[in-house]
Structures are given as structure tokens and as C-alpha cells.
Design a protein around this ligand. Structure first.
Ligand code: PLP
Length: 390
């Protein structure tokens, strides 16, 4: 291979240049402009959601969802430990504390342990869940749909209802993923819980450079998050502010890119699925590990491909493989380190973390850009097979 095969790069094959040029031409480049509203409307229609608020990042979307959930200083919020740290940091922005939860074999939150934590470590009091040892209120759970998979939402929603937890879906990696079977058939990731957050960062399935969106089950809640994202301004002319707001609104330039990208989303998903199938076929005889599947009964966007490696059980071993692949012009990355082991979070509650620890040491993400060719996929599989045999 003479050029690097990147892990995940954006694809601008559609109307991106036209729309961005149009936005610049009109002079609408900041937090006002028709493309922002258009992106919000198109996204709401695509997701079959009542309303969507476009914002600056997935992180901002998650923060707005926590604010809207009523998470206060001193509260607890249940989060996964095997995820990107942006799913957890907004809990601290609210001066609340995370409770770290294990994953199941889908890499998403384990509902069995979630229930066990609520039943054995907490009790219901005055209609809310209280963590017995700390006496703190457990207000919400952040569920991440890892790599475009779906968490076990039927089980999680039952638990959340029983223990009165708000459910914030981190669907930043799962735009376009939906259930095809079961209670939530036809429901998109991010539209099942109380809130859903999306990201349009550079490596996500569609991008606005940086950007995100947040939706809510209740239209009014989404409207309120939109208000909070624009400095909570209460009068069209005068500077009247009745709440603490944020400068989280998406810009029209970002939204112009986003409107074009959304037009291509289904094409991107089809390619991601086709490429995943090819990887799966070529890796079927791979003896040193296996390609992780996506949940049955879903149509996944197959955003990221995860290869679980046999006999790899520490970070340095995985780094060695990544470096060897880099020499052969293949860009890969390890799955995340556990968040409860990161310096700012070592004192927090971590509940029975087992599977997440295992997966975090042996999962490698393979190149998955929509532009990757069949030859490149074959080359990646060949090189990974050769390196892992040694
Ligand atoms: C990308 C990502 C985010 C944050 O999105 P940004 O737009 O980068 O702020 C949050 N959670 C997860 C799981 C992500 O992958």
C-alpha cells in the first residue's frame, strides 16, 4: 500500500461545498441562520423525534441533557466505565458524581448489574432512588450506544422506570441505528429514553467539523434546551435572562455542512454495513480473535468495527500491534481505557467492573471510513492476521 489507510475520515461527496458556500455568501456564519433550523427539522424528521436542538458538540448535548434532567450538585449519575470520557465529564460540570457501571458483551451498559446496583446498594425514598452508603440521590443513567450498537434498552428502560431514573442516551456514535424487532421496533437510538445526544465530530458517521444535537421525549424539554444553548435570552430585543444559559448553539456554517451530510447518511450507513460484512467474511478464518457482532434485532449504522484479539491482555501488547500496523500504513486504535481508572475519577464508586476491564485490554478498532476500498480491507485483514500470528 502506498498510502495510509486511515481509521475514520470524513466524506464530502455531496452538497457540502454548495451549502457552506451559500452560508458564507449570505454572511450567515454564526449562531443564526436558516441552515441551523433546517438541520434541526431534517434531523427531527429522520429520527421521528418531536424536536431537536443543534449545538456545538456531543459533549454540550450531553451537558444540556443533564441540566434538563434536573441533575444537581451532589447527585449521582450512573455511567459506563468503558466509553469515551466525554460521556462522563458533563456529570462533573454539574458538580454531580458518576457511578461507574460494567458492560455486557455488546460493550454497552450491563442491565443485570445496573439492576443489582439499584437493588442492593440503593433504596427508594420519597419517590426517588438514594444510594445507601453516601445518602446521595441517584438521578439519571447515561447509556452509551457503543460503536453504533444499541444497548439493551428494553431491560434498561424497565429498570429506569422502576427506580425513577432519567435515561440519557449517548447516541453520539449511533446516529441512524434503530431497533427492527421487539418493543422498540422502528425506534432510533437516542429516541427511546428521556434524552438523546448526537455528535457530528470529525470521525463520527456524519460531521459538521465539530457539532452535536440533543433531542428529548418531551418537545418542551428540547425547546428548553435550545433556549439554554442560546444564553437563556427571554426577550427578542432586550437582554433579559431568567436562567443560567450556555453558549452552546451550533453555527450556521456547521449546520450547512450538516444538512449536506445528513442527505448522505443512509448511503454512508449502507457502505459501513457492506464493509463490515466484507471484514466479517475475510476474518471468518482469523484464528487470533473475532470481529464483534452488533445486536440482533437492530439495523446498526456499523460506525466502528471492533476486533477482539485472543491472547492480548495488556496495553503494551496492544500498542505493539498498533505500531506494527502503523508501519504497514494501517491506522488503528485501541478501545478506551476505563474511565474509573483515570486520574480525576479514581475516588468515585465503581460497581463490579469485570467485563469492561477485559474488553479494554484486547479490542482494536479497524479502519472504517466510508471511502475504504475492498482491496484495502483485504490488505488490513492480511496484515492483522500476519502480525497477530507471531
Ligand atoms: C464522540 C463522543 C462524544 C462527544 O462528542 P463531541 O462532539 O466530540 O463532544 C461523547 N460520547 C461518546 C461515546 C463519543 O463517542
Amino acid at each position: 500500500m502506498d498510502r495510509l489507510i486511515p481509521l475514520s475520515i470524513p466524506n464530502f461527496e455531496g452538497n457540502e461545498r454548495n451549502y457552506v458556500d451559500d452560508a458564507v455568501g449570505q454572511g450567515w456564519v454564526s449562531t443564526g441562520g436558516a441552515y441551523i433550523t433546517k438541520l434541526e427539522e431534517n434531523l427531527a424528521e429522520y429520527l421521528k423525534a418531536p424536536r431537536v436542538a443543534a449545538c456545538q458538540s456531543g459533549t454540550a448535548a450531553l451537558h444540556l441533557a443533564l441540566v434538563e434532567s434536573g441533575v444537581q450538585p451532589g447527585d449521582l449519575v450512573i455511567v459506563p466505565t468503558l466509553t469515551f470520557i466525554a460521556a462522563v465529564n458533563p456529570v462533573r460540570y454539574q458538580f454531580a458524581s458518576p457511578v461507574f457501571m460494567d458492560c455486557d458483551d455488546s460493550l454497552c451498559m450491563d442491565p443485570v448489574k445496573l439492576r443489582r446496583f439499584c437493588e442492593t446498594e440503593c433504596r427508594m425514598q420519597e419517590g426517588g432512588l438514594i444510594h445507601t452508603a453516601s445518602q446521595k440521590a441517584v438521578k439519571a443513567v447515561v447509556v452509551v450506544h457503543v460503536f453504533g450498537n444499541l444497548a439493551d434498552m428494553e431491560a434498561i428502560m424497565d429498570i429506569a422506570q422502576e427506580f425513577r431514573l432519567k435515561v440519557i442516551e449517548d447516541a453520539t456514535e449511533a446516529l441512524g441505528t434503530y431497533y427492527t424487532q421487539g418493543r422498540y421496533a422502528g425506534k432510533y437510538a437516542g429516541t427511546i429514553g428521556d434524552f438523546g445526544a448526537y455528535s457530528f465530530n470529525g470521525n463520527k458517521i456524519i460531521t459538521t467539523g465539530g457539532g452535536g444535537a440533543v433531542t428529548a421525549k418531551e418537545s418542551k424539554a428540547a425547546e428548553h434546551m435550545q433556549y439554554l444553548s442560546t444564553q437563556a435570552k427571554d426577550d427578542p430585543h432586550y437582554y433579559v435572562h431568567n436562567e443560567i444559559g450556555y453558549n452552546y448553539r451550533m453555527t450556521n456554517l456547521q449546520a450547512a455542512l450538516g444538512v449536506a451530510q445528513l442527505e448522505e447518511l443512509e448511503t454512508f450507513i449502507a457502505r459501513k454495513n457492506k464493509n463490515y460484512d466484507l471484514y466479517a467474511e475475510l476474518l471468518s478464518s482469523f484464528v487470533s480473535g473475532s470481529l464483534l457482532p452488533f445486536r440482533e434485532g437492530t439495523r446498526s449504522n456499523k460506525w466502528f468495527y471492533a476486533l477482539q484479539l485472543k491472547g492480548v491482555d495488556n496495553a503494551e501488547q496492544l500498542r505493539g500491534i498498533i505500531l506494527q500496523l502503523q508501519e504497514r500504513k494501517i491506522q488503528t486504535r485501541p478501545i478506551w481505557g476505563l474511565i474509573h481508572e483515570q486520574l480525576p475519577y479514581r475516588e468515585e464508586i465503581a460497581f463490579e467492573i469485570e467485563r469492561a476491564a477485559t474488553y479494554s485490554r484486547c479490542v482494536l478498532n479497524l479502519p472504517c471510513s466510508t471511502q475504504i476500498t475492498e482491496d484495502e480491507i483485504a490488505y488490513v485483514v492480511e496484515q492483522v492476521s500476519e502480525i497477530c500470528k507471531q
